[in-house]
Design a protein around this ligand. Structure first.
Ligand code: HEC
Ligand code: HEC
Length: 234
Protein backbone atom coordinates (compact mmCIF):
# COMPACT_ATOMS: atom_id res chain seq x y z
CA UNK A 1 0.00 0.00 0.00
CA UNK A 2 1.50 3.30 -0.95
CA UNK A 3 0.85 6.78 0.21
CA UNK A 4 2.61 10.02 -0.62
CA UNK A 5 5.71 10.43 1.48
CA UNK A 6 6.13 12.87 2.95
CA UNK A 7 2.46 13.81 3.09
CA UNK A 8 2.01 17.47 2.18
CA UNK A 9 -1.05 19.54 2.86
CA UNK A 10 -2.90 21.17 -0.03
CA UNK A 11 -1.87 24.45 1.55
CA UNK A 12 1.69 23.88 0.29
CA UNK A 13 0.40 23.93 -3.30
CA UNK A 14 -1.90 26.92 -2.85
CA UNK A 15 -1.05 30.44 -4.00
CA UNK A 16 0.08 33.27 -1.72
CA UNK A 17 -3.41 34.84 -1.43
CA UNK A 18 -4.96 31.60 -0.22
CA UNK A 19 -2.11 30.95 2.19
CA UNK A 20 -2.36 34.44 3.67
CA UNK A 21 -6.14 34.06 4.17
CA UNK A 22 -5.75 30.75 5.97
CA UNK A 23 -2.91 31.99 8.16
CA UNK A 24 -4.96 34.82 9.65
CA UNK A 25 -8.06 33.85 11.64
CA UNK A 26 -9.44 37.38 11.30
CA UNK A 27 -9.21 37.22 7.50
CA UNK A 28 -10.18 33.56 7.08
CA UNK A 29 -13.85 33.58 5.93
CA UNK A 30 -14.26 30.02 7.23
CA UNK A 31 -14.08 31.37 10.79
CA UNK A 32 -17.61 32.79 10.34
CA UNK A 33 -18.93 29.22 10.23
CA UNK A 34 -16.86 28.25 13.23
CA UNK A 35 -18.45 31.12 15.18
CA UNK A 36 -21.94 30.12 14.04
CA UNK A 37 -21.15 26.56 15.05
CA UNK A 38 -20.15 27.68 18.51
CA UNK A 39 -23.57 29.32 18.97
CA UNK A 40 -25.42 26.23 17.74
CA UNK A 41 -23.28 24.04 19.98
CA UNK A 42 -24.56 25.70 23.15
CA UNK A 43 -28.20 26.15 22.07
CA UNK A 44 -30.71 24.01 24.06
CA UNK A 45 -33.03 22.35 21.49
CA UNK A 46 -35.62 19.60 21.17
CA UNK A 47 -38.10 18.21 23.71
CA UNK A 48 -35.40 17.70 26.37
CA UNK A 49 -33.75 21.09 25.74
CA UNK A 50 -30.31 19.52 25.55
CA UNK A 51 -27.45 21.39 23.90
CA UNK A 52 -24.49 19.58 22.33
CA UNK A 53 -22.32 21.13 25.02
CA UNK A 54 -24.48 19.72 27.83
CA UNK A 55 -23.28 16.21 26.90
CA UNK A 56 -19.84 16.80 25.39
CA UNK A 57 -16.98 18.38 27.29
CA UNK A 58 -14.39 20.62 25.56
CA UNK A 59 -16.31 20.43 22.27
CA UNK A 60 -14.92 16.97 21.50
CA UNK A 61 -11.32 18.04 21.12
CA UNK A 62 -9.50 15.38 19.10
CA UNK A 63 -12.64 13.61 17.87
CA UNK A 64 -12.43 14.96 14.32
CA UNK A 65 -8.83 13.72 13.98
CA UNK A 66 -9.93 10.12 14.44
CA UNK A 67 -13.02 10.10 12.19
CA UNK A 68 -14.34 8.41 10.10
CA UNK A 69 -14.67 5.40 12.41
CA UNK A 70 -16.92 2.38 12.76
CA UNK A 71 -19.84 2.95 15.11
CA UNK A 72 -19.76 0.05 17.56
CA UNK A 73 -23.56 0.02 17.95
CA UNK A 74 -24.45 -0.24 14.26
CA UNK A 75 -21.23 -1.53 12.67
CA UNK A 76 -21.49 1.28 10.13
CA UNK A 77 -18.76 3.70 9.13
CA UNK A 78 -19.57 7.24 10.28
CA UNK A 79 -17.86 10.55 9.63
CA UNK A 80 -18.10 13.78 11.59
CA UNK A 81 -21.19 14.99 9.75
CA UNK A 82 -23.11 11.74 10.14
CA UNK A 83 -22.13 11.59 13.83
CA UNK A 84 -23.58 15.05 14.37
CA UNK A 85 -26.75 14.12 12.49
CA UNK A 86 -27.14 10.98 14.62
CA UNK A 87 -26.83 13.00 17.86
CA UNK A 88 -29.39 15.52 16.62
CA UNK A 89 -31.87 12.74 15.85
CA UNK A 90 -31.24 10.36 18.75
CA UNK A 91 -29.93 12.54 21.58
CA UNK A 92 -31.67 15.83 20.93
CA UNK A 93 -34.82 14.49 19.28
CA UNK A 94 -34.74 17.00 16.43
CA UNK A 95 -34.75 16.71 12.65
CA UNK A 96 -31.08 16.23 11.68
CA UNK A 97 -29.52 19.07 9.68
CA UNK A 98 -29.27 18.25 5.97
CA UNK A 99 -25.95 17.64 4.27
CA UNK A 100 -24.31 20.87 3.14
CA UNK A 101 -26.81 22.94 5.13
CA UNK A 102 -25.39 25.97 6.88
CA UNK A 103 -26.12 24.41 10.28
CA UNK A 104 -24.30 21.16 9.58
CA UNK A 105 -21.34 22.97 8.04
CA UNK A 106 -21.17 25.31 11.03
CA UNK A 107 -21.33 22.51 13.62
CA UNK A 108 -18.83 20.30 11.80
CA UNK A 109 -16.46 23.25 11.29
CA UNK A 110 -16.71 24.13 14.98
CA UNK A 111 -16.06 20.57 16.15
CA UNK A 112 -13.21 19.99 13.65
CA UNK A 113 -11.68 23.33 14.62
CA UNK A 114 -11.22 21.97 18.16
CA UNK A 115 -8.83 19.42 16.65
CA UNK A 116 -6.90 21.96 14.62
CA UNK A 117 -3.19 21.12 14.74
CA UNK A 118 -3.79 17.56 15.94
CA UNK A 119 -2.44 14.78 13.68
CA UNK A 120 -4.97 12.71 11.76
CA UNK A 121 -5.03 9.15 13.00
CA UNK A 122 -7.78 6.74 11.98
CA UNK A 123 -8.32 3.06 12.70
CA UNK A 124 -8.14 0.95 9.52
CA UNK A 125 -7.96 -2.54 11.02
CA UNK A 126 -10.60 -4.72 12.68
CA UNK A 127 -14.15 -3.76 11.74
CA UNK A 128 -12.84 -0.76 9.75
CA UNK A 129 -10.89 -2.97 7.34
CA UNK A 130 -13.65 -3.72 4.78
CA UNK A 131 -14.50 0.00 4.58
CA UNK A 132 -10.84 0.84 4.13
CA UNK A 133 -10.47 -1.69 1.31
CA UNK A 134 -13.59 -0.35 -0.37
CA UNK A 135 -12.21 3.20 -0.15
CA UNK A 136 -8.84 2.15 -1.48
CA UNK A 137 -10.43 0.35 -4.42
CA UNK A 138 -12.52 3.36 -5.40
CA UNK A 139 -9.50 5.66 -5.04
CA UNK A 140 -7.67 3.59 -7.66
CA UNK A 141 -10.63 2.85 -9.97
CA UNK A 142 -10.71 4.62 -13.34
CA UNK A 143 -13.91 6.59 -13.72
CA UNK A 144 -15.71 9.08 -15.91
CA UNK A 145 -15.39 10.03 -19.54
CA UNK A 146 -11.75 10.94 -18.92
CA UNK A 147 -11.17 7.44 -17.52
CA UNK A 148 -8.97 8.64 -14.68
CA UNK A 149 -8.68 7.48 -11.06
CA UNK A 150 -8.10 9.76 -8.08
CA UNK A 151 -4.60 8.24 -7.95
CA UNK A 152 -3.73 9.41 -11.48
CA UNK A 153 -3.90 12.99 -10.32
CA UNK A 154 -3.21 12.93 -6.59
CA UNK A 155 -0.54 10.17 -6.42
CA UNK A 156 1.10 10.25 -9.86
CA UNK A 157 0.88 13.93 -10.76
CA UNK A 158 0.86 16.05 -7.65
CA UNK A 159 2.91 19.19 -8.00
CA UNK A 160 2.00 19.47 -11.72
CA UNK A 161 -0.21 22.18 -13.16
CA UNK A 162 -3.71 21.42 -14.42
CA UNK A 163 -5.09 24.57 -16.06
CA UNK A 164 -4.96 27.31 -13.44
CA UNK A 165 -4.40 24.88 -10.54
CA UNK A 166 -1.53 22.94 -9.07
CA UNK A 167 -2.59 19.38 -8.29
CA UNK A 168 -2.04 18.58 -4.61
CA UNK A 169 -1.83 15.20 -2.93
CA UNK A 170 -5.60 15.40 -2.38
CA UNK A 171 -5.76 15.36 1.41
CA UNK A 172 -9.01 16.12 3.22
CA UNK A 173 -7.53 17.45 6.46
CA UNK A 174 -8.77 21.02 5.99
CA UNK A 175 -12.49 20.25 5.52
CA UNK A 176 -15.01 21.64 5.83
CA UNK A 177 -13.03 24.28 3.95
CA UNK A 178 -13.76 27.69 2.48
CA UNK A 179 -13.35 27.67 -1.30
CA UNK A 180 -13.07 30.96 -3.12
CA UNK A 181 -14.81 29.30 -6.07
CA UNK A 182 -17.79 28.39 -3.89
CA UNK A 183 -17.76 31.65 -1.94
CA UNK A 184 -18.72 29.45 0.97
CA UNK A 185 -17.65 26.72 3.29
CA UNK A 186 -18.13 23.23 1.87
CA UNK A 187 -17.71 19.64 2.98
CA UNK A 188 -15.11 17.14 1.80
CA UNK A 189 -17.85 15.28 -0.05
CA UNK A 190 -18.67 18.43 -1.96
CA UNK A 191 -14.98 18.61 -2.95
CA UNK A 192 -15.19 14.97 -4.14
CA UNK A 193 -18.09 15.98 -6.36
CA UNK A 194 -15.98 18.77 -7.89
CA UNK A 195 -13.23 16.28 -8.77
CA UNK A 196 -15.77 13.79 -10.13
CA UNK A 197 -17.42 16.41 -12.30
CA UNK A 198 -13.92 17.35 -13.51
CA UNK A 199 -13.45 13.87 -14.96
CA UNK A 200 -17.12 13.73 -16.03
CA UNK A 201 -17.97 10.87 -13.71
CA UNK A 202 -21.25 10.15 -11.98
CA UNK A 203 -21.69 12.09 -8.75
CA UNK A 204 -23.16 10.60 -5.59
CA UNK A 205 -25.01 12.49 -2.87
CA UNK A 206 -23.03 13.76 0.13
CA UNK A 207 -22.92 11.17 2.91
CA UNK A 208 -23.06 8.23 0.48
CA UNK A 209 -21.34 5.06 1.82
CA UNK A 210 -18.87 5.13 -1.09
CA UNK A 211 -17.81 8.64 -0.13
CA UNK A 212 -17.46 7.64 3.53
CA UNK A 213 -15.16 4.76 2.55
CA UNK A 214 -13.14 7.10 0.34
CA UNK A 215 -12.91 9.56 3.22
CA UNK A 216 -11.48 6.82 5.46
CA UNK A 217 -8.88 5.90 2.85
CA UNK A 218 -7.92 9.56 2.43
CA UNK A 219 -7.57 9.99 6.21
CA UNK A 220 -5.20 7.01 6.28
CA UNK A 221 -3.17 8.52 3.41
CA UNK A 222 -3.00 11.78 5.36
CA UNK A 223 -1.85 10.12 8.62
CA UNK A 224 0.31 12.48 10.66
CA UNK A 225 -0.82 15.63 8.83
CA UNK A 226 -2.51 18.05 11.23
CA UNK A 227 -6.19 18.97 10.99
CA UNK A 228 -6.46 22.42 9.33
CA UNK A 229 -10.16 23.20 9.52
CA UNK A 230 -11.24 25.73 8.41
CA UNK A 231 -8.80 25.59 5.48
CA UNK A 232 -8.99 28.08 2.61
CA UNK A 233 -8.71 26.83 -0.95
CA UNK A 234 -9.04 28.24 -4.44
C1 HEC B 1 -7.98 15.15 -13.31
C2 HEC B 1 -7.28 15.23 -12.07
C3 HEC B 1 -8.05 14.91 -10.79
C4 HEC B 1 -8.69 13.73 -10.47
C5 HEC B 1 -8.86 12.48 -11.33
C6 HEC B 1 -9.18 13.90 -9.12
N1 HEC B 1 -8.85 15.14 -8.65
FE1 HEC B 1 -9.04 15.78 -6.74
N2 HEC B 1 -8.33 17.61 -7.28
C7 HEC B 1 -7.85 17.93 -8.53
C8 HEC B 1 -7.48 19.34 -8.54
C9 HEC B 1 -6.91 20.10 -9.73
C10 HEC B 1 -7.77 19.83 -7.26
C11 HEC B 1 -7.60 21.28 -6.75
C12 HEC B 1 -6.17 21.51 -6.39
C13 HEC B 1 -5.78 20.61 -5.26
O1 HEC B 1 -6.05 20.95 -4.09
O2 HEC B 1 -5.26 19.50 -5.54
C14 HEC B 1 -8.26 18.70 -6.48
C15 HEC B 1 -8.58 18.76 -5.13
C16 HEC B 1 -8.88 17.66 -4.36
C17 HEC B 1 -9.00 17.68 -2.92
C18 HEC B 1 -8.83 18.88 -2.02
C19 HEC B 1 -7.42 19.03 -1.50
C20 HEC B 1 -7.27 20.21 -0.60
O3 HEC B 1 -6.19 20.34 0.01
O4 HEC B 1 -8.18 21.03 -0.49
C21 HEC B 1 -9.34 16.42 -2.53
C22 HEC B 1 -9.59 15.95 -1.11
C23 HEC B 1 -9.43 15.62 -3.73
N3 HEC B 1 -9.12 16.40 -4.82
C24 HEC B 1 -9.79 14.28 -3.75
C25 HEC B 1 -10.01 13.57 -4.93
C26 HEC B 1 -10.58 12.25 -4.97
C27 HEC B 1 -11.03 11.45 -3.76
C28 HEC B 1 -10.63 11.88 -6.27
C29 HEC B 1 -11.20 10.61 -6.88
C30 HEC B 1 -12.62 10.40 -6.63
C31 HEC B 1 -10.07 12.98 -7.05
N4 HEC B 1 -9.72 13.98 -6.20
C32 HEC B 1 -9.88 12.96 -8.42
C33 HEC B 1 -7.69 17.08 -9.58
C34 HEC B 1 -8.16 15.79 -9.64
C1 HEC C 1 -27.93 13.74 25.42
C2 HEC C 1 -26.50 13.72 25.19
C3 HEC C 1 -25.96 14.13 23.83
C4 HEC C 1 -26.26 15.28 23.13
C5 HEC C 1 -27.28 16.35 23.45
C6 HEC C 1 -25.38 15.27 21.97
N1 HEC C 1 -24.60 14.17 21.96
FE1 HEC C 1 -23.07 13.74 20.69
N2 HEC C 1 -22.78 11.94 21.57
C7 HEC C 1 -23.43 11.51 22.72
C8 HEC C 1 -22.96 10.18 23.07
C9 HEC C 1 -23.44 9.36 24.25
C10 HEC C 1 -21.99 9.86 22.08
C11 HEC C 1 -21.17 8.58 22.00
C12 HEC C 1 -21.46 7.54 21.27
C13 HEC C 1 -22.75 7.14 20.63
O1 HEC C 1 -23.68 7.92 20.34
O2 HEC C 1 -22.77 5.97 20.29
C14 HEC C 1 -21.89 10.99 21.17
C15 HEC C 1 -21.01 11.07 20.10
C16 HEC C 1 -20.77 12.22 19.37
C17 HEC C 1 -19.71 12.38 18.40
C18 HEC C 1 -18.64 11.36 18.04
C19 HEC C 1 -17.50 11.50 19.04
C20 HEC C 1 -16.30 10.68 18.72
O3 HEC C 1 -15.41 10.62 19.60
O4 HEC C 1 -16.20 10.10 17.65
C21 HEC C 1 -19.82 13.65 17.89
C22 HEC C 1 -18.93 14.30 16.83
C23 HEC C 1 -20.96 14.27 18.53
N3 HEC C 1 -21.50 13.39 19.41
C24 HEC C 1 -21.41 15.56 18.27
C25 HEC C 1 -22.55 16.12 18.84
C26 HEC C 1 -23.10 17.38 18.45
C27 HEC C 1 -22.49 18.34 17.41
C28 HEC C 1 -24.23 17.57 19.18
C29 HEC C 1 -25.24 18.70 19.07
C30 HEC C 1 -25.81 18.89 17.74
C31 HEC C 1 -24.36 16.41 20.07
N4 HEC C 1 -23.33 15.55 19.81
C32 HEC C 1 -25.37 16.26 20.99
C33 HEC C 1 -24.37 12.22 23.44
C34 HEC C 1 -24.92 13.43 23.09
Amino acid sequence: MSRPSPARSGLVFAGPTVRALQADDFANPGMLWVERGQKLWSEPVGPSRRSCGSCHADALRGAAASLPAVDAATGRLVNLESRIQACQAQRQGIEPAAHESDALLALSAYVAYQSRGMPVRVEVDGPARPYFERGRASYHRRIGQLNLACSHCHDANWGRRLGPETISQGHGVGYPAYRLEWQALGSLHRRFRSCLSGVRAEMLPQGHPDYLALELYLAWRASSLPVETPAVRR
